[in-house]
Design a protein around this ligand. Structure first.
Ligand code: GLN
Length: 536
């Protein structure tokens, strides 16, 4: 449907506890609206002071997601892209840090004409502008904005004030959804609504009356509970939406459809219901995901394996590729710290595939290199991503080319054989934030390569996040000895993909294919990798 009415803004706040899944609820609602023919995008506002999560340790905040235009963002943007099969951008993730940076730089330029610069109105106005950037493109019927944090936090106050003002300015175009928790007390066998009532009271103190309450719960909400929540939180009965724990996040759109979340939203915003949401492809995916006819086990070798969110896009890409192949992909999480020459065959025993993950720094690097060697020598399908690809190059240099002590200069600046070197334009960079090679770049594939086979085309475009690269000075030596650059950037010849001949499936990629895998478009490299694992 082409866009006819002004953009509607839906704000999703969270109450009672963190980690209730605002991102998944936002993405699920967006999916349902999209499946009714509307164009939708989702934005995340994060109340921390970092300009973006690019400099954050994954233990702090999980994976750093990267958009096509090179923004380093919150991992929720990955969910938005995977659910909606759309691209997000810089404008889809805004932190308090970015808001302040922008206000302070305007102040320095004298743009406030001598006024005292304050949280209200200057910070709140800046937030409102950032919210409306996406709406003002004229592309979207709906912009869903997820507000990070929990209502009542000091740091999210300016965001709540900004959305209150937006509603006041344009009542018809704004809707508030509050995601809350109805805890179950096992001792008394009761669901408790009081925390939700309190959370809504806090919102009301700020002048925000939620229109819809989405209630996370472990048990179904009966009519009595729903009525109680509706009465004491001042919403309509049909606007109390149950969000019961699901086995997989990909079921949540269907659960929200059963609860008529999309209908209630459309009615509130006086928008036509259109046809009911067409989720045929989504359901096909879910069916395949839940009814696999085979199973493979893949080792995910990384240094943050205790925190699974650090590799969110990779695990989701395996879910998409697995479903596509009607295959359950079981992941064995392997901490690279612990891998040694002695224990490698035990730790990687029985695997159908090995993935060496992206990363930075020294910790775990030798374990990753060991894992590559094991996969290469035992002809186990291998996929190396970014640092994983660089480890594959180092391993090949050391053990096949005989270049003793070969390394990446990231870890050993004085190595005699810098097979992975710093990129030319990274040499003089001092600031760490936002300065890597980021976002989408073209790559040209060699015919007669595994990469060409899986992509089925010659020219591709993939997303990056790195400072180091394959050192071209060694290329002919590698190629003579069986490691081939099968994908290069056509502009600057930077090696993007390496493959090993005489191996059933051995691919290392400098880019991050995982960021582009979606439910309806599983990534070809993951699909091919899982197929190779099945074959084995
Ligand atoms: N640390 C490596 C680099 O900067 C790899 C980065 C990554 O794996 N994302 O080049």
């Amino acid at each position: 449907m082409s866009k006819s009415t002004p953009t509607k803004y839906i704000f999703v706040t969270g109450g009672v506890a963190s980690s209730l899944g605002k991102g998944i609820i936002s993405a699920s609602l967006a999916k349902l609206l999209q499946a009714r023919g509307y164009s939708v995008t989702i934005q995340k506002l994060d109340p921390y002071l970092n300009i973006d999560p690019g400099t954050l340790n994954p233990y702090e905040h999980g994976e750093c997601y990267v958009t096509e235009d090179g923004a380093e963002t919150d991992l929720d943007l990955g969910h938005y892209e995977r659910f909606l099969n759309i691209e997000t951008s810089q404008a889809n993730n805004v932190t308090t840090g970015r808001i302040y940076q922008s206000v302070i730089s305007k102040e320095r330029k004298g743009e406030y004409l001598g006024k005292t610069v304050q949280v209200i109105p200057h910070i709140t106005n800046e937030i409102k502008d950032h919210i409306q950037i996406l709406g003002n493109t004229g592309e979207y019927d709906f912009v869903i904005t997820e507000i990070g944090g929990t209502v009542g936090d000091i740091e999210s106050l300016p965001f709540i004030e900004a959305i209150r003002q937006l509603k006041w300015e344009n009542h018809e175009a704004v809707l508030f959804i509050h995601l809350t928790l109805i805890p179950y007390l096992a001792a008394s066998g009761e669901l408790k609504t009081k925390p939700t009532q309190h959370s809504v009271k806090t919102l009301l103190e700020y002048g925000v009356q939620p229109d819809i309450l989405v209630c996370r719960t472990e048990h179904p909400l009966n009519k009595e509970i729903r009525t109680k929540v509706a009465r004491f939180c001042n919403v309509e009965l049909e606007a109390v939406i149950e969000s019961i724990d699901a086995k997989t996040i990909y079921e949540v759109p269907l659960l929200m459809q059963q609860e008529k979340l999309d209908e209630v939203v459309l009615k509130h915003l006086k928008m036509p219901l259109n046809s009911t949401a067409d989720l045929t492809k989504w359901n096909e995916f879910l069916y395949n995901f839940k009814n696999p006819i085979q199973e493979v086990e893949i080792g995910l070798v990384g240094k943050y394996v205790e925190l699974k969110d650090s590799y969110k896009s990779i695990t989701e890409a395996f879910i998409h590729a697995g479903a596509f192949n009607k295959c359950k992909v079981k992941l064995r999480w392997i901490s690279s710290d612990k891998l040694t020459e002695e224990n490698i065959s035990q730790e990687l025993k029985g695997l159908d595939g090995v993935l060496v993950a992206p990363g930075f720094g020294t910790r775990g690097i030798e374990g990753k290199i060991e894992a590559v060697r094991f996969a290469r020598e035992n002809k186990i399908p291998f996929l190396g991503i970014c640092l994983g690809m660089q480890c594959a190059v180092i391993e090949y240099a050391r053990n096949v080319l005989g270049l003793e002590g070969a390394h990446t200069v990231e870890i050993k600046a004085s190595t005699k054989h810098p097979v992975i070197d710093i990129m030319q334009d990274q040499k003089n960079i001092e600031n760490m934030g936002g300065t890597m090679r980021l976002g989408a770049y073209p790559c040209q594939l060699k015919e007669d390569s595994t990469a060409f086979k899986v992509y089925g085309k010659e020219n591709i475009q993939e997303r990056h996040r790195h400072r180091y690269e394959f050192n071209d000075a060694y290329l002919s030596q590698f190629e003579k000895n069986g490691m081939i650059a099968t994908g290069v950037n056509p502009g600057n010849n930077l090696v993007e993909i390496v493959e090993v001949k005489n191996h059933p499936w051995f691919v290392g990629v400098q880019f991050h294919p995982e960021y582009k895998s979606t439910v309806v478009n599983p990534h070809p490299l993951f699909v091919g990798f899982v197929q190779a694992a099945v074959k084995r």
